[in-house]
Design a protein around this ligand. Structure first.
Ligand SMILES: Cc1cc2nc3c(=O)[nH]c(=O)nc-3n(C[C@H](O)[C@H](O)[C@H](O)COP(=O)(O)OP(=O)(O)OC[C@H]3O[C@@H](n4cnc5c(N)ncnc54)[C@H](O)[C@@H]3O)c2cc1C
Length: 341
C-alpha cells in the first residue's frame, strides 16, 4: 500500500477539476483499509472515501486522507426459490462491468442501470437510478465497516433507508461507515423487464426486437445514454448535478397559476416530482457557457467543465442556477453531487 502526499487526484474524478489532497491511498483489502483508517486516526485528520469519483466535486484542497476503495471480487449463490440468484460484488468493482457480468449470464434486474459510471460500493449511497429502475429494486443487503469500531455490520434494505437519490449513508450514516460489499437478488427466469420508460421500447421496435433479452435492453440503454450524455473522458462532468424537486400538490397548483405548462409526475396523493431539467431550461440556462464552465447543450441537468475549470467555478454556476430557478418558481433545487467543502 503506497501512501502519497500532497497530490492532485483529479484523474480519479470525472469532473477533472483540481483535487488536491494532503494524503491519498488505494486499498485493496480489509487490512489495508483498517491500516489507512489507523493512519488518519493517529494523525487526527478527516477521511474521504472515493470510488469511481463520478459523483464528487472538490471545490478546495482536502486536508485529510482520501482512501480509494479498490476491494475486488464477485460471488454467486443460488437463492432457495431457484428463480433468483444472490450475487455479491466487492465495493471496488466497476458498476457497469458488474452489470455486464450479470446481463451476460442472464441475471435480470440491473440492465436498465447500464453505463452508469462509478463503483458497486457507491451504488447504494444515492440509490442510483435510470430508465425506470433504481438500485434498491434488486438490492438484498450490504456490508459496511464501522469506522469507529472496525466491526462489519450488515444492512438490509430497510436499514439503508433508500429514497430518491438518497439513503442512510448520505444522511445519519455519513462518515460513519465504509461500504465494502453489496449483494443483489437478481432473477434467473421470468425477468421483470422495464422497457416502457424513455425511448427504450420505441427504439427496440425500430430494430424489430419484439421480445427483448436482457442484453438487448442493456445495449439499447447504452446507445441512448451515449447519445444524450457527455462522456466524462471528453468533457468533465458528474452526470445530473441536481435532483428533481419533489413538491406538494398545493405548491404545484400555485405555480400552475402563472406557468400552466409546467410538467410534473404524480408520486402520491400529496406529492409531485418536477423535472429539474425543464426548470433549468425555462430559466434560460440550457447550453449556456460562463468562462470555463457551462450547462450541457443537450441535457440541462449536467454541468460541464469546458476545459480548465476549477471546482469553485462549477459550484458558483450551480449556485446561480439554483437562485434563478428559485426566483422564478420559488423552488429550491438540491444538488445531487457530493460537494467536498
Ligand atoms: C456521465 C455520468 C452519468 C451519470 N448517470 C447517472 C444516472 O443515470 N443515475 C445515477 O443515479 N447516477 C448517475 N451518475 C452519478 C454517479 O455515476 C453515481 O452516483 C455513482 O454511483 C457514483 O459512484 P462513484 O463510485 O463514482 O462515487 P464517488 O463519486 O467516488 O463517491 C460518491 C460519494 O460516496 C462516498 N463513497 C465512495 N465510496 C464509498 C464507500 N465505499 N463507502 C462509503 N462511502 C463511499 C464518497 O465520499 C462520495 O461522497 C452519473 C455520473 C456521470 C459522470
Amino acid at each position: 500500500m503506497i501512501r502519497q502526499e500532497n497530490i492532485d487526484i483529479r484523474k480519479y474524478t470525472t469532473f477533472n477539476v483540481p483535487a488536491i489532497c494532503d494524503f491519498f491511498v488505494e486499498v485493496s483489502n480489509l487490512n489495508e483499509l483498517k491500516e489507512a483508517l489507523d493512519f488518519s486516526k493517529n494523525k487526527n485528520i478527516p477521511v474521504l472515501f472515493i470510488g469511481g469519483g463520478s459523483n464528487i466535486l472538490f471545490i478546495k484542497p482536502f486536508h485529510g486522507l482520501v482512501i480509494k476503495v479498490n476491494l475486488k471480487g464477485i460471488e454467486e449463490k443460488i437463492d432457495e426459490d431457484d428463480k433468483h440468484i444472490l450475487i455479491t460484488a466487492k465495493a471496488g468493482e466497476n458498476w457497469d462491468a458488474f452489470v455486464h457480468y450479470c446481463t451476460s449470464r442472464n441475471y435480470g434486474g440491473l440492465e436498465n442501470l447500464s453505463l452508469i459510471p462509478g463503483n458497486v460500493g457507491t451504488s447504494p449511497i444515492q440509490n442510483i437510478g435510470a430508465y425506470g429502475a433504481e438500485m434498491k429494486d434488486t438490492f438484498h443487503q450490504l456490508k459496511a465497516l464501522n469506522i469507529s469500531t472496525y466491526e462489519i455490520e450488515v444492512f438490509d434494505a430497510e436499514s439503508c433507508k433508500f429514497g430518491y437519490r438518497d439513503s442512510y449513508f448520505k444522511n445519519e450514516g455519513k462518515n460513519k461507515y465504509v461500504i465494502i460489499e453489496v449483494t443483489f437478488k437478481l432473477t434467473t427466469k421470468k425477468h421483470n423487464l422495464k422497457i416502457s420508460y424513455g425511448d427504450i421500447k420505441e427504439e427496440l421496435l425500430k430494430k424489430e426486437i419484439y421480445e427483448p433479452t436482457l442484453a438487448n435492453i442493456r445495449n439499447q440503454v447504452i446507445e441512448i445514454r451515449k447519445r444524450k450524455l457527455p462522456d466524462p473522458a471528453i468533457m468533465g462532468n458528474a452526470g445530473s448535478f441536481f435532483k428533481n424537486p419533489i413538491i406538494s400538490i398545493a405548491q404545484l397548483e400555485n405555480i400552475q397559476k402563472k406557468y400552466p405548462e409546467i410538467p410534473y409526475y404524480k408520486i402520491s396523493n400529496q406529492l409531485v416530482k418536477l423535472p429539474a431539467a425543464w426548470l433549468i431550461e425555462f430559466a434560460g440556462w440550457k447550453g449556456k457557457k460562463e468562462g470555463n464552465v457551462g450547462v450541457h447543450k443537450n441535457q440541462s441537468l449536467v454541468l460541464v467543465n469546458l476545459g480548465d475549470a476549477n471546482g469553485k467555478e462549477i459550484y458558483d454556476l450551480s449556485k446561480s442556477i439554483i437562485e434563478d430557478v428559485n426566483k422564478i418558481f420559488n423552488i429550491q433545487l438540491e444538488r445531487e453531487v457530493n460537494i467536498i467543502l
